[in-house]
Design a protein around this ligand. Structure first.
Ligand SMILES: C[S@@+](CC[C@H](N)C(=O)[O-])C[C@H]1O[C@@H](n2cnc3c(N)ncnc32)[C@H](O)[C@@H]1O
Length: 275
């Protein structure tokens, strides 16, 4: 089967690749965080409130301005604004930031003045000021390579106020899920944003490379099939704890947030600067 691949898109693996191979039409392979992927990502997460209650509550300990890294279309940003917080929201995708700003204008226009939306790289940013709280939710730390994590931690440390908090979530897999559970699964099948469109979500675990591949196969009556892909790192909590320490911070508290899936726990790490 002919495949058209975007430069940044990862090749689909496992049963996602089989779907592509079985298609009678050419399939376009698109990065989930590309402009076309951002709209789909927003559609998929529009009613997802995982982490929101826990993060809003934990951030009460750091009452000043929040720097939110990898804010996306505002799944966490909007609730923070609604709770009266000032947020500088950073993302590398201009499309995600556009969706975020439109949502704020549409749903909470009175809070628009409390939001600063910035396009940038969470692995290397410079605002020339510090924040009482820095947030990296949705396990988005897993989008960074080890080198990029190093420079993200360095940037975070230099932007954290002396008594500020850095909150980060990370998806932790049990050994059983990683080494004896299924490596390749269809995790959901649901309607897409367009009429008659069907989305199939796949997860493929590569435990040797410690990578998780997520693919969304999109079948629509009106257009050629597309598959949206992303690859994340599987990072152990021990590795993150070590890196946090290496960059002059310490873990103040840790708590698990249920993901609703066996063998996977979302862990919220609340960190502070070591003076
Ligand atoms: C898993 S989404 C999370 C978005 C949002 N926090 C949420 O809960 O819906 C990851 C986000 O990270 C952004 N992203 C990926 N790499 C990035 C980078 N190096 N710097 C900044 N943002 C990045 C993507 O554009 C995407 O919006």
């Amino acid at each position: 089967m002919k495949i058209h691949t975007e430069p940044d898109a990862a090749p689909p693996l496992g049963s996602a690749a089989e779907y592509v191979a079985q298609s009678t039409e050419p399939v376009e392979v698109i990065d989930v965080y590309s402009p076309a992927g951002a709209a789909l990502y927003h559609w998929l997460t529009r009613t997802d409130n995982s982490e929101v209650r826990e993060l809003v509550s934990a951030l009460r300990h750091a009452p000043g301005e929040i720097l939110e890294l990898a804010c996306g279309s505002g799944r966490i940003t909007l609730p923070l604004l609604m709770h009266g917080r000032r947020v500088t929201a950073l993302d590398s995708s201009a499309t995600m930031l556009e969706i975020l700003k439109n949502r704020v204008q549409k749903t909470v226009p009175i809070k628009a003045g409390a939001l600063t939306a910035i396009r940038g790289n969470m692995a290397d940013f410079c605002f020339g000021k510090t924040f009482d709280a820095i947030l990296l939710g949705t396990s988005s730390v897993s989008l960074l390579s080890p080198n990029d994590r190093t420079s993200m931690f360095r940037s975070v440390r230099s932007h954290l106020a002396d008594h500020g908090r850095f909150l980060m979530t990370s998806l932790e897999f049990t050994d059983e899920a990683l080494y004896s559970g299924p490596k390749d699964e269809i995790i959901d099948r649901l309607d897409g944003p367009e009429r008659g469109e069907v989305l199939t979500l796949f997860e493929h675990l590569d435990n040797e490379a410690r990578r998780r591949h997520v693919s969304i196969y999109c079948q629509s009556p009106n257009r050629r099939p597309r598959i949206f892909t992303t690859v994340t790192e599987i990072i152990s909590l021990d590795t993150l704890r070590k890196e946090i320490k290496e960059f002059g911070m310490r873990v103040h508290s840790e708590r698990g947030i249920s993901t609703g899936r066996e063998g996977r726990l979302d862990v919220l790490l609340e960190c502070e600067k070591v003076q």
